[in-house]
Ligand binder design. Structure first.
Ligand code: COA
Ligand code: AMP
Length: 631
């Protein structure tokens, strides 16, 4: 048995011993009494009775243990032409002082705080300050429009909102403050305190009595200590797209999260404390939470905070420049970033300009790594390229290649094998396990390992219904795929209405809800079509109400504008077409999966319950005209 197999079997055979051992790497104020409380499935609790604080583990303990002068955060911002290094000691000063400021504003244990910020270190400082106080943060990605921010404000009901005056997105300067003000106006929950971080290039006006300036707050506050928390207390809520317009508030605890993330740094990513790690994502996504902020800091590594793009800031050599300049050992990003670099610099000429001898491995996730991108990256950079599969819900990888334990051979199209702690099965719709090579639902036997979702915030019913009901005793991932004879997992894509656009998880259901608000639209369907750069792009079909005579093109432009204004530019909803009718089952269910298959040139079975098969011919013709169906 290889080393990896041995570790994997230990984790599945005796999870309590396995994670109990991993927990020794975390600083506990009081040792836990039980590693796993499984008395109330599917609500499992890790490290019950343990007292700790995530911020203490990510900051204070490193200052106490000889890392005070080590760089904790390297802020590299080509868009503002800034490079700044923050040591663990400086981070402690800033986080503890900002926590003092938040406490003065009335934030305490159990309060929620919404953070809407670009990729500046102040975003991490705000998150860690909340963790220090036991307040529950909810970071909202800056690419979401006010309507989406308002939905999250109403659900999270924050005591306070933390934001910045703006961001530079590629070549565009964006003002955040009008977006935040509009979201607060749209929400029914009253936000009466806003902390604003003013940036040099865009100054935002303040509302008297409501808005507090970040720098003034810091200047007038005293540092505070970490609050002693239960391991099972909540750390953060992260909203993620489900199948409807109401996102799911994934809830993470403190203890299990710290133990699991710390374990992954060495065992999965082969990073040691003191080494430089870079996750080129955004704090608004789970990758940003886990691998820009929490995991590297808890482990005592140095994390790069990059405010830029893979291309255009200033060119497709940006990633190589950052790796070389900061001696980055490993980079984690989405395949779409590499496809963008490949498109701009197909021969990789910019790569040769930099000394990247420090670079050890590239990790990709967020969407499937297509073989072309895999091989292009491998050939260019000459280090392993490792795909791994995970979700906002899971917080860390379900399937991966544990380079810190034993590097397994890479097979194209597969993120390798189930990670320690993850008992992955492929089952049919009735829950029967399928043989090697047969595609089905990817599920995970309960209990999930630590660090995964504890529940959905203020919605236990949706948690049970969405993840734990269809296959009792298992977590339903909503991804489909298969396992080969060697136990390698192949993830083939979502089985629901979630799509992945440039590594951004979006709901086609949410887009449909917006489109159906158009006064001329009777019904509509949105589904994902494959795209060679962004992985998937949304495509919409709409049927107009009787008597509407306006042109379909005109209505389409209005729909595009509506989605952009409601969800945000990241939805990339640009293509829609009027159709006379939509294909449905006899009971009236729209056949989105069949339309998706046609658009993606995949074979499909004529649904036995289809009401009128002729409509599929019309749809095929329309998708051919739109350029999706290749003859
Ligand atoms: N704030 C505001 N707007 C944003 C934004 C943000 N944080 N991020 C993206 N947008 C905007 C873009 O400016 C663009 O607007 P436009 O329609 O006016 O041009 C739109 O949203 C679409 O953005 P995107 O899909 O990112 O396309 P792009 O052409 O700007 O960039 C890539 C393409 C591939 C370079 C970029 O998507 C990328 O770097 N992806 C990596 C994804 C990633 O890190 N995912 C996290 C999971 S690991
Ligand atoms: P998110 O919650 O934003 O991380 O998106 C999770 C979804 O992205 C998963 O359910 C998958 O559909 C997809 N995904 C993430 N990583 C991979 C990967 N390595 N291979 C295939 N799909 C992936």
């Amino acid at each position: 048995m290889g080393k990896f197999e041995e570790v994997f079997q230990q984790s599945i055979g005796n999870p309590e011993a396995f994670w109990g051992e991993a927990a020794k790497e975390i600083t506990w104020f009081k040792e836990f009494e039980k590693v796993l409380d499984d008395s109330n499935p599917p609500f499992y609790r890790w490290f019950q009775g343990g007292k700790m604080n995530t911020c203490y583990n990510a900051v204070d303990r490193h200052v106490a243990n000889g890392r005070a002068d080590q760089t904790a955060i390297i802020y590299d911002s080509p868009v503002t032409k800034t490079i700044k290094k923050i040591s663990y000691k400086q981070l402690l000063d800033q986080v503890s002082t900002f926590a003092g400021g938040l406490a003065d504003l009335g934030v305490g244990k159990g309060d929620t705080v919404v953070i809407y910020m670009p990729m500046v270190p102040e975003a991490a400082i705000a998150m860690l300050a909340c963790a220090r106080l036991g307040a529950v943060h909810s970071v909202v990605f800056g690419g979401f429009a006010p309507h989406e921010l308002a939905i999250r404000i109403d659900h999270a009901q924050p005591k306070i909102l933390i934001t910045a005056s703006g961001a530079i997105e590629g070549a565009k300067t964006l003002e955040y403050k009008p977006l935040v003000d509009s979201a607060i106006e749209q929400s029914t929950h009253i936000v009466d305190k806003v902390v604003l971080f003013q940036r040099d290039f865009v100054s935002a006006s303040m509302i008297d009595g409501r808005d507090y300036d970040w720098n003034e707050l810091m200047a007038n506050s005293k540092p505070v200590d970490c609050v002693e928390l239960d391991a099972t207390d909540p750390l953060y809520i992260l909203y993620t797209s489900g199948t409807t317009g109401m996102p799911k508030g994934v809830l993470r605890d403190n203890g299990g999260h710290a133990v699991a993330l710390n374990w992954t740094m060495k065992n999965l990513y082969n990073i040691n404390p003191g080494e430089v790690w870079w996750s080129a994502s955004d704090v608004g996504w789970v990758v940003g939470h886990s691998y820009i902020v929490y995991a590297p800091l808890i482990q005592g590594a140095t994390t790069v905070f990059y405010e830029g793009k893979p291309i255009g800031t200033p060119d497709a050599g940006a990633f190589w420049r950052v790796i070389s300049e900061h001696k980055v050992k490993c980079l984690f990003t989405a395949p779409t970033a590499f496809r963008a670099i490949k498109k701009e610099d197909p021969k990789g000429e910019l790569f040769a300009k930099y000394d990247t001898s420090c670079f050890d491995c590239l990790y990709l996730a967020g969407e499937r790594t297509d073989p072309d991108t895999l091989h292009w990256a491998e050939d260019l950079i000459g280090v392993p390229v490792i795909d791994h599969w995970w979700q906002t819900e899971t917080g860390w990888a379900i399937v991966g290649n544990c380079r810190g334990i034993e590097e397994l051979p890479v097979k194209e199209g597969s993120p390798t094998k189930p990670m320690p702690g993850w008992d992955v099965k492929i089952v049919d719709d009735e829950g029967e396990e399928l043989s090697a090579g047969t595609e089905g639902n990817i599920v995970v036997k309960l209990p999930l390992p630590p660090g995964t979702l504890v529940t959905l915030w203020r919605n236990e019913e949706r948690f049970v219904k969405s993840y734990m009901t269809k296959f009792p005793g298992y977590y339903e991932t909503s991804d489909g795929g298969y396992m080969d004879e060697d136990g390698y997992v192949y993830v083939m894509g979502r089985m629901d209405d979630v799509i992945n656009v440039a590594g951004h998880r979006l709901s086609t259901g949410a887009m449909e809800e917006i489109i159906s608000n158009h006064p001329d639209v009777a019904e509509c369907a949105v589904f994902g079509a494959n795209d060679s750069l962004k992985g998937q792009l949304p495509v919409g079909f709409f049927v107009v109400k009787a008597g509407v005579t306006r042109s379909g093109e005109e209505i389409k432009d209005e729909l595009v504008k509506m989605v952009r204004e409601s969800i945000g530019p990241i939805a990339c909803f640009r293509d829609a077409c009027q159709v006379p009718r939509l294909p449905k089952t006899r009971s009236g269910k729209i056949l989105r999966g069949t339309m998706r298959a046609i658009a993606n040139n995949k074979e499909y079975k004529m649904p036995s319950t289809i009401d009128d098969p002729a409509i599929l011919d019309e749809i095929t013709e329309t998708l051919t005209k739109m350029g999706y169906v290749k003859k």
